[in-house]
Design a protein around this ligand. Structure first.
Ligand SMILES: Cc1ncc(COP(=O)(O)O)c(C=O)c1O
Length: 1007
């Protein structure tokens, strides 16, 4: 018997029920005493009942299907009381009850109907207006939905698609009376529903737009509608109607399905369309994010060719039905806050869905599903794209046929775009003109990801992929038709031709042709316009609106619609395979697993410039982590100095050359105290620390060293021995040699001692350690730490701590080693060295990383008497340490830091950043603390500001999301819950703001 028919009435108004009514229904019909709170619904009334009294036997132990009592495990019992709209028949409601039992038997997580006191799951209630309202009680699935989430990460969207697919898979086997319904949400009725409800949409212009898009969607759908598979569908598996498990990183993974009110026979693919549409308002500027759900659904229930064709039109129609229905609902049911609240999201769904053209959406779905592009064979509205056999084409531009041309390289790795030329607005033009001075033409081929199109700060992928070939050539050069063609369109400097089975768009020409004109192969179609920049774009069909550039993630789909026109120009195809996954696999095949890598799916970074890193797709990222590139990536002055010296001489420090003394003089000039006047050059931080420890032990003739907990000092045997970080080496504490002793880390935020007296308390602890007869005190050679605790997350020790500690160490005859490998060299802004910030002078200071701006260079700066002790153990020599090239590199770094006032920049931008991060911390409770100063900072993320529980997996997920938004930032610290901030010191205020704005966006909108 047919069920509800939407078209027989005019909209459903929710039954008029109060929370008090719901409470009395729960107790009188189901024996449950509790409080009721209304849940939103378009056309029914739903109440959350929280049981306060003991439930009767009927409710707790005898629900239909699974037991309600069991599902809550003895905790406070919660239910959903549903007062169904009386328009729905008993058979329809019975089918909904039955399907919940059915799906539970199939292992799915869905609510269960609870029997009433009379043993029946469907009850009735006499409303005041004498109507008899159907009432049901369902178990309540505990857990959040996705509705209130902002951004949905790809694994979340995939899980949603998979859940929708799994539900469909099971529902294929479910049959019952009451499924033959005519619902407003059934997308088979979409066009009729939209036409009917259109009048409720307020503005005429909006109505016209809605109608036009819906008509176009319906027309595309009509071509395949008759062959779409029908089965039982839930009809409303959306962000709102799924219940999630919350992972430690904050991701909400959909696992349960609720609300079976739209259960009916319908198109299988409509189930997916409804699910996919519900993703769109979470990422309104990236509609193709829904592809993740589509792929996951298809993995469970493979879609047919016709279903793929129908999918995006159905998503658009779903959006249109939502807005038309929503506008009606808010007007006929003025008190429905739920419907009113949903309106913005509904419009976002529609706008996002209709922002992608049909052809692109279709191609993107096929590409994501690994299906072939449209062939025209089956249920398709796009004609088959055939190509002209190569032997019958005539090259369109004679200069190219002669081979008298130069290929232009606008890609990320192009040497021609060095020194920041890529950022100038006329970079392409300048390179083309230089090439034209040598040859008759210059070609910027199809398929390059153009660095020249890369903006420095971009929260979305930029449009870098060229879907056309561009030919620079003298004005007036003749362009001919590659094959017999007719003129489809002419406008401005652009001509569209139709050839056998495909289109050709030629831009940048002057042409006398008129629409409809027929041209033979080889016949002129025009001449290069005075701008002399001719664009050639092949189109799968003549009228197809194809952009010249697209985003990297959309390139593969667009490429099926606008393939490489190379052969029409007599050029070899420019296959550009730029896939970071290939690089990742190559690396994995040969490198040890212990070698760290950033990111789950790392971008392939092939260029750096100032504080930017750029991947092979032309995406730039603000680099917040590369402290080594202290003066910025690819600094021209540095590059030149190093390459000039390489061309001149590179040998070792046993020879005499001026650069060695030059560098040593410069380093000594930066010394925190004149007493540190002797330099030993090495090639890394590990080497510097290793040497520092050796010096201390030789000089004192003792062996014990005290290091701080949570520190990292390098990987050589000695520097590793004093590296205590359990993150870097989980066995670090157990495997320590007996000469290494560990003192507490002076972290006054989360350490043993906090607050005002922390410096004294930590120092007192150290005094106790040194006084211990079994401790390091008697045979103390050295104490080593970073003056600002970089590895611990940029933690600044409490004021006075280091002074007290150095005093105690010296009192016992030990030396004080300051490891400045990370925090020194101007990074702190206010001071060049960390020890200056702490008001102490060490006996030995180690430096590396920044010292060579990435060129391997490190140093030990110490007192002459300490350095002289080395002679007791023979000579010292490190092959690359202090080589002419490394010395020149070191000098260039110091010159640039001075001439470009980078320490002052670290101070100014660091203060600005600190201010903005402090403001962020006021709004986002996840930020527990902002550590550090200058451009060495750490944003510590905690789940609870009282317990300081580290938000470890959240930090990792936030870093992944920040990458998508154009920022490179990484977790650090022992607990990996601190965002490390140690960018090149040339970081601009604009880049600092971009970073903070993106972090704000992620903390606000989700990750
Ligand atoms: C504080 C500190 N010291 C020493 C090192 C070792 O330096 P390198 O990697 O140049 O050997 C590091 C490296 O991260 C460090 O952070």
């Amino acid at each position: 018997m047919p069920g509800f028919d939407f078209f027989s009435g005019q909209g459903l108004v929710r039954p008029d029920i109060t929370a008090a009514d719901a409470e009395s229904m729960a107790s009188s019909l189901f024996g449950i005493t509790g409080t009721a709170r209304e849940l939103g619904s378009q056309q029914d009334r739903n109440f959350l009942i929280t049981a306060t009294g003991a439930a009767t036997s009927a409710a707790t132990g005898d629900s239909a299907g699974d037991s309600a009592g069991d599902s809550a495990g003895g905790a406070t019992q919660r239910y959903v009381l549903k007062v169904d709209n009386p328009a729905f028949s008993a058979a329809e409601l019975a089918a909904q009850d039955a399907v919940m039992v059915f799906l539970t038997e199939r292992g799915m997580r869905v609510p269960q109907p609870v029997r009433g006191l009379n043993g029946l799951s469907r009850q009735h209630w006499h409303a005041t207006d004498a109507a008899l309202l159907p009432v049901r009680l369902l178990t309540f699935l505990e857990g959040p939905s996705l509705e209130a989430r902002g951004y949905l990460a790809p694994p979340v969207v995939r899980a949603l698609g998979r859940l929708s697919g799994t539900t469909s898979l099971h529902l294929r086997d479910f049959a019952a009376d009451g499924l033959d319904r005519t619902l407003q949400w059934d997308l088979r009725n979409a066009k009729t529903v939209i036409d009917l409800l259109m009048r409720w949409v307020p503005a005429e212009e909006t109505r016209d737009q809605l109608r036009a898009i819906a008509d176009s969607a319906a027309a595309r759908l009509a071509a395949v509608a008759s062959v779409l598979r029908l089965q039982t569908i839930h009809g409303d598996i959306t962000d709102d109607n799924v219940i999630c498990r919350v992972l430690p990183n904050g991701h909400h993974v959909p696992e349960g399905v609720i609300d079976f009110g739209d259960l009916a026979t319908g198109w299988l693919v409509a189930e997916l369309a409804v699910t996919a549409a519900s993703v769109l308002h979470h990422m309104p500027d990236n509609p193709l994010a829904a592809l993740e759900a589509i792929v996951a659904f298809d993995e469970v229930v493979p879609l047919t060719e016709a279903e793929i064709t129908a999918l995006w039109p159905l998503i658009v129609l779903r959006g249109a039905v939502l807005v038309a229905s929503g506008e009606q609902q808010v007007q006929i049911d003025a008190d429905n806050d739920y419907a009113r609240h949903r309106m913005d999201a509904e419009w976002q769904v529609f706008a996002a869905a209709s922002a992608i053209g049909w052809e692109e959406a279709d191609a993107a779905i096929r590409q994501a599903l690994g299906r072939r592009p449209h062939t025209g064979a089956e249920h398709t509205t796009v004609p088959e794209h055939t190509t002209v056999p190569e032997q019958t084409t005539v090259p369109m531009i004679p200069a190219l046929a002669d081979g008298d041309y130069e290929m232009l390289d606008f890609t990320v790795t192009s040497p021609a775009l060095a020194d920041g030329l890529w950022q100038t607005t006329d970079a392409e033009w300048r390179l083309a003109q230089a090439a034209l001075a040598r040859r008759s033409a210059a070609v910027a081929p199809y398929g390059q990801f153009r660095l020249t199109r890369t903006p420095p700060h971009s929260r979305r992928e930029p449009d870098t992929f060229a879907l056309f070939t561009e030919v620079f050539l003298p004005a007036g050069s003749v362009i001919v038709a590659p094959a017999a063609a007719s003129v489809t369109e002419i406008g401005g400097d652009t001509l569209v031709l139709t050839l056998a089975g495909f289109g050709l768009r030629i831009g940048g020409i002057v042409s006398n042709l008129v629409p409809g004109a027929a041209i033979a192969a080889g016949e002129p179609v025009g001449v290069a316009s005075p701008v002399a920049r001719v664009t050639v774009q092949e189109l799968a069909r003549p009228g197809l609106p194809v952009p010249h550039f697209t985003q990297p993630s959309r390139a593969a789909a667009w490429a099926t619609l606008a393939p490489d026109p190379a052969r029409l120009l007599g050029l070899a195809p420019q296959a550009s395979v730029v896939d970071p996954a290939i690089e990742l696999a190559r690396r994995g095949a040969m490198m040890a697993a212990a070698q760290e890598k950033y990111y789950e799916r790392p971008p392939q970074i092939e260029r750096g410039w100032q504080e930017l890193l750029i991947d092979t797709h032309g995406r730039s990222y603000v680099d917040m982590v590369n402290n080594v590139a202290v003066i910025g990536h690819s600094h021209p002055r540095f590059t030149r100095a190093v390459s000039d010296q390489l061309a001149l001489l590179n040998t070792n420090s046993r020879f005499l050359y001026s650069a060695l003394a030059d560098l040593c003089e410069h380093i000594v000039a930066t010394s925190p105290d004149p007493i540190l006047d002797t330099v030993l050059l090495v090639n890394s931080g590990s080497e510097a620390v290793d040497l520092a420890l050796r010096l201390a032990r030789i000089h004192t003739g003792r062996s014990n060293v005290v290091a701080l907990r949570e520190g990292y000092h390098g990987w050589t045997s000695a520097s590793d021995a004093v590296s205590t970080s359990a993150y870097d080496n989980p066995f670090s504490l157990a495997s320590r040699p007996d000469w290494v002793h560990i003192a507490d880390v002076p972290n006054s935020y989360r350490g043993t001692h906090r607050g005002a007296g922390a410096a004294g308390e930590y120092a007192a602890d150290l005094a106790r350690l040194l006084a211990d007869p079994d401790g390091p005190g008697a045979d103390l050679a050295a104490f080593i730490c970073e003056p600002v605790l970089g590895n611990a997350g940029g933690v600044v020790p409490p004021a006075g701590y280091l002074a007290r500690v150095y005093e105690q160490v010296r009192a016992r005859g030990g030396l004080c080693i300051a490891d400045e490998v990370q925090v020194g060299y101007g990074r702190l802004g206010s001071h060049f060295w960390g020890v200056q910030q702490q008001g102490v002078v060490p006996d030995i200071l180690t430096v590396a990383k920044a010292m060579g701006n990435g060129y391997p260079l490190g140093a030990v700066l110490t007192r002459r008497d300490i350095a002289e002790s080395l002679a007791r153990e023979g000579n010292f020599f490190s092959s690359a340490g202090g080589s002419p090239v490394s010395c020149v590199a070191g000098l260039a770094v110091l010159d640039v830091i001075r001439d470009e006032s980078l320490q002052q920049n670290a101070d100014a931008v660091g203060r600005h950043l600190a201010g903005r991060l402090a403001e962020l911390a006021e709004r986002h409770p996840l930020i527990g603390m902002v550590h550090g100063l200058g451009l060495y900072m750490g944003v510590e993320l905690v789940r609870d500001r009282d317990t300081l529980e580290p938000a470890v997996s959240e930090t990792a997920a936030i870093c992944e999301r920040m990458l998508e938004l154009g920022v490179i930032v990484q977790p650090t610290s022992e607990r990996q819950n601190v965002l490390k901030i140690k960018p090149p010191l040339c970081l601009s205020r604009e880049s600092a703001d971009f970073f903070v704005d993106r972090l704000d966006e992620v903390l606000q909108g989700g990750w």
